[in-house]
Write a protein that binds this ligand. Structure first.
Ligand SMILES: C[S@@+](CC[C@H](N)C(=O)[O-])C[C@H]1O[C@@H](n2cnc3c(N)ncnc32)[C@H](O)[C@@H]1O
Length: 419
């Protein structure tokens, strides 16, 4: 057998949560030698107690862990790394003119995208070779009043920093994973790296998107269109912020697959091509006898659950007493066991009835919520990875986390292409 002599890519994990990127890239117990996490940052602004950081340290150790607001971390304290990863929130990325800043342009305070940008910019020639970022699928269409503006700012600022940007919206369940979770994955390849050179050499960069690239190797596709749309993003970040897609603000400019090289964008809609094994919600359930009593729906709460899950078409009163009609469709109740689960949200935990929490019917005909281990399985985390924290926090972590299998596939593909 050929020995793997490649040095591992050193990873910095931002917005680390409980380490979904790390597990996906390194494998649990560091099985995958292609990656090694050298630094990570996780700080929860909403609470004093740092639950996710505690779990991260418990599982991976305190070495290289930082638990302060990323905006307060001097870039000089972040060690050299080859791959920067992180799931950053979807916020308002618009910029404004500010004569006090070095390039005369500033983003809104507290917008975490600009922290990623700051790290890359200040690292300059030592900036990481590769980027692997995650965000909600809505990122491509935001804000609703000027669709695509935020993504145009991200793509062009990364291009300006010397990265080719490739993106794909992936629903984990489309590739056999147990949860329907649709996220935008953004890959960056810095000028001078082997992948950058490979892409530049291609006669048709479209081939990279179709079948040669990192995302299409990890997640094979069927093309919905034979020719991608192409356009150039022009102007400085302020112009993009103020004018991008202003003429047709409700058109979706960025499709679910694309690449941008020097601000030349190719983008198209693609469909998943997958014939492998599929895991359903019913496949990940624990034995009913192991489930603690508080997870079962109490008789007294049944009506409330049924109401919240049901269709509504009713008059309601708003602020100041004005009346309006509220309508919404019914949720499948209980959740289907022969399908992948719905997306786990951060409010999945706790006994209070809710429209969005999963409720399943057990073999003995009882209704119950999902346990922390089941939520971990739906995100493909190792069992009891989050043990030691209250159940509602464990559910919160999984609502924030990614489906580890997606990162594992992207990681394997990136490593294969990095030669
Ligand atoms: C979408 S979650 C990412 C979860 C992670 N990928 C995982 O697998 O668990 C974003 C994380 O960023 C953290 N965060 C939010 N604001 C932050 C800040 N200013 N500095 C550092 N971390 C922050 C949140 O606490 C949350 O854990």
């Amino acid at each position: 057998m050929k020995k793997n002599t490649k040095k591992p890519l050193r990873v910095a994990e931002l917005f680390a949560g409980v380490g979904g990127f790390r597990i996906g890239l390194e494998g649990y117990n560091k099985k995958n030698k292609d990656y090694t996490t050298v630094w990570n940052n996780q700080w929860e602004p909403a609470t004093k107690k740092q639950h996710a950081s505690e779990t991260y340290i418990l599982r991976f150790g305190a070495e290289g862990h930082s638990n302060i607001d990323i905006a307060k971390v001097p870039v000089s304290e972040i060690p050299h790394h080859d791959l920067l990863v992180g799931g950053f929130p979807c916020q308002d990325y618009s910029v404004a003119r500010n004569l006090g800043s070095a390039d005369g342009i500033v983003g809104k305070k507290g917008v975490l995208w600009w922290e990623i940008h700051r790290i890359l910019k200040e690292k300059a020639k030592n900036a990481p070779s590769y980027l692997m970022l995650e965000n909600v699928d809505r990122l491509l269409k935001s804000p609703a009043s000027q669709r695509g503006r935020d993504f145009a700012i991200i793509v062009s600022s990364l291009n300006d920093l010397g990265y080719i940007v490739e993106w794909r919206v992936v629903n984990a369940a489309d590739y056999g994973m147990p949860q329907r979770r649709k996220r935008t994955f953004i890959m960056g390849y810095k000028k001078g790296t082997s992948i950058y050179k490979k892409i530049i050499k291609l006669k048709q960069p479209f081939d990279w998107l179709k079948n040669k690239g990192v995302t299409s190797t990890a997640f094979p596709i069927i093309l919905s269109e034979e020719t991608p749309e192409s356009f150039k993003i022009t102007g400085d970040l302020l112009e993009i912020s103020e004018t991008f897609n202003k003429a047709h603000p409700t058109d979706n400019i960025f499709k679910n697959c694309g690449i941008s090289i020097n601000r030349n964008v190719l983008t198209l809609e693609v469909k998943p091509d997958y014939q492998g094994k599929r895991t359903m919600l019913g496949d990940i359930l624990v034995d009913e006898r192991e489930v603690p009593a508080e997870f079962f729906v109490e008789k007294k709460d049944f009506k409330k659950w049924k109401y919240l899950k049901g269709a509504k078409n009713e008059e309601r009163s708003g602020k100041g007493g004005f009346k309006f009609f509220y309508t919404e469709g019914a949720m499948t109740f209980p959740d289907a066991l022969d399908k992948p689960s719905r997306t786990i949200i951060t409010a999945e935990g706790g006994i209070t009835p809710s429209r969005f929490k999963h409720v399943i019917k057990t073999p003995s005909g009882k209704l119950r919520r999902l346990t922390p281990i089941e939520l971990e399985r739906l995100c493909m985390f190792p069992e009891n990875h989050t043990a030691g924290q209250p159940d509602t926090k464990r559910a919160f972590f999984m609502g924030n986390a990614l489906v580890v299998g997606v990162i594992e596939k992207l990681g394997r593909s990136l490593s294969k292409h990095n030669v």
